[in-house]
Write a protein that binds this ligand. Structure first.
Ligand code: HEC
Length: 192
């Protein structure tokens, strides 16, 4: 414990001396203290409250548009019709498989809330260029994958409201882990 404290103190001293050195030079490499702009924050503020859809952005897309995007940007890794490709297994079907010995992890079988798919694609896909898709494109891809999973009609248009309204088959398939040692109370103040 004592060693740990010393290490932290040393790190702090180094950080302070580094800050001092930068402040003294005529052209600091980093502008410490520059206020961040609303636009800077907005670029990072992409989180969606998946149970309610709160935070889903404006925009919309159709499954047909999604198919075009998918065939251009996703098919190499996920396979035709999202049926499984070089990097990932199928993203279609499997509904109900969670109560069998051969569960299949697909958005349709697994996600309790529909906006999860939007949030996942928006922040992480395509794997080679995450966050390169517009909101309309992500709605379109979401519509395409949910249409393949027969959770929306083939001509469905998805936007914030219609996406949040989809009822997922496995919505009530999750149980709360009530083992006593799994309960953690988050400490925000005066923590040990
Ligand atoms: C270079 C390969 C690659 C490309 C291109 C790619 N993906 Fe993925 N994708 C992956 C991998 C690998 C995973 C699994 C990641 C993990 O489990 O951490 C994944 C996971 C996913 C998942 C989560 C699947 C699930 O069952 O929860 C979705 C949805 C998805 N990708 C959609 C897309 C879409 C849409 C595109 C095109 C815009 C795309 N991906 C392009 C490799 C790729």
């Amino acid at each position: 414990m004592q060693l740990h404290k010393i290490a932290i103190a040393g790190g702090l001293a180094f950080a302070l001396s580094l800050g001092g050195a930068l402040a003294n030079s005529s052209k600091p490499a980093v502008s410490f203290g520059t206020p961040i702009t609303e636009a800077d924050v907005a670029a990072w503020d992409i989180d969606v409250q998946t149970p309610t859809g709160k935070g889903l952005p404006a925009g919309s897309g159709t499954a047909a548009q999604g198919k075009e995007l998918f065939d251009a940007q996703c098919v190499a890794c996920h396979g035709a019709d999202a049926g499984g490709g070089s990097q990932y297994g199928s993203m279609v079907g499997g509904v109900g498989s969670f109560v069998t010995e051969k569960r299949r992890l697909t958005p349709g079988s697994m996600y309790p809330y529909a906006p999860i798919l939007f949030d996942y694609i928006k922040r992480a896909m395509p794997m080679t260029a995450p966050q390169s898709l517009s909101n309309d494109e992500v709605y379109a891809l979401t519509a395409y994958i949910y249409a393949l999973n027969e959770l929306v009609a083939e001509d469905a248009v998805l936007d914030a409201a219609s996406l949040a309204a989809i009822e997922m088959p496995n919505r009530d398939g999750f149980i709360v882990d009530d083992r006593p040692d799994a309960a953690a109370v988050r400490c925000m103040d005066d923590c040990e």
